[in-house]
Each structure stands twice: as C-alpha cells, then as structure tokens.
Design a protein around this ligand. Structure first.
Ligand code: DQA
Length: 154
C-alpha cells in the first residue's frame, strides 16, 4: 500500500533563466543537449523510480517562485537548476523555505571551477544535496538522489 501511494508521487523539475537555450547556448560550457532532451530523460528515470516528473522552465524569478507556490502540496520534492538566480536570489531560497519543498540543486557546469561570482549558491544551504559539473547526467543523479532520500524518510 505504501508502495502504491509512493507511485502517485510527483517530482518537480525547475529550470531557470537561459536554460531554455540549452543545445545552442555556450556549448563549450553547457554542451549540446537540449532542455527538452534533459526533461525527457528525467521522465524516463522518474518512471523507473515510480514517480512522475513535472517540468517547468522560466526566465523570470517571480515565475519560478510562483511555480514553487503552485507545487506546494502537489510535488514531493524538486530538482532545481536556478541558473544565475542560484547566485543572487534570496527570494528563491525563501520560496523553498516557505513551501517546505525539499530539493536537490543541479548545475551542468562545475560552478566552483568558474568565475568567483558563481562560487556562491544561495540555495545550497537549504538543499538536500548539490550536483554540479556532470552535464546532463547530473539531472539524473539529482533526481535519483532526491527520490531515494525522500523514500528513506517515509
Ligand atoms: C548553471 C550555472 C550558472 O552559473 C549559470 O548562470 C547558468 C547555468 C549551470 O547549469 O551550470 O545559467 O546553473
């Protein structure tokens, strides 16, 4: 019965600014995989894990916050790549705190090997975990880590 109810669980996949351009955006840094391909792969992995992945991308900070509010009570957790808002948005961190949504942060690039302004994440302190530098595979790892962690908590 517990297993059956878990299978109804949804996981949010939230992508922030400029990630809609993956595939052509700075390919030497972010590769050539599109966001659509990443979302599709997460859907397959999510199904394997017994969950449904619901994805949303927005370029606006407020849109991302509104999505977290809407997901409250409807998704069990969130995989988030907040793009540049990672480094600037106290409001996004507050939204995670306000909704109590557990999350794993992911970045395609290794933010710690890049410019100093990318070394700080305002989201990391509240995250279950952070995956960065592994390209699209990082999304899959973040999803697996999130689901396994939430499952262990139940
Ligand atoms: C990113 C890293 C951020 O610093 C950058 O602003 C992005 C993408 C990544 O996935 O590597 O937009 O989050």
């Amino acid at each position: 019965m517990a297993q059956r109810s878990w299978q109804l669980v949804k996981i949010g996949l939230l992508n922030g600014p400029n990630l809609n351009l993956l595939g052509t955006r700075e390919p030497t840094i972010y590769g050539t995989t599109t966001l659509e391909e990443i979302v599709s792969r997460c859907g397959v992995v999510g199904a394997e894990l017994g969950t449904e992945v619901v994805a949303m991308q927005a370029n606006g900070e407020g849109q991302l916050i509104d999505q977290l509010h809407a997901w409250r009570g409807h998704v069990a957790g969130v995989v988030v790549n907040a793009g540049a808002y990672t480094h600037t948005s106290l409001a996004l961190r507050d939204a995670f705190a306000a909704t109590s949504l557990p999350y794993v942060e992911v970045h395609l690039s290794n933010i710690y090997a890049r410019e100093p302004e990318r070394h700080r994440s305002l989201l990391a302190g509240g995250a279950i975990g952070v995956v960065c530098g592994l390209g699209p595979l990082g999304y899959e790892m973040a999803l697996r880590g999130l689901v396994e962690t939430l499952r262990a908590r139940r």
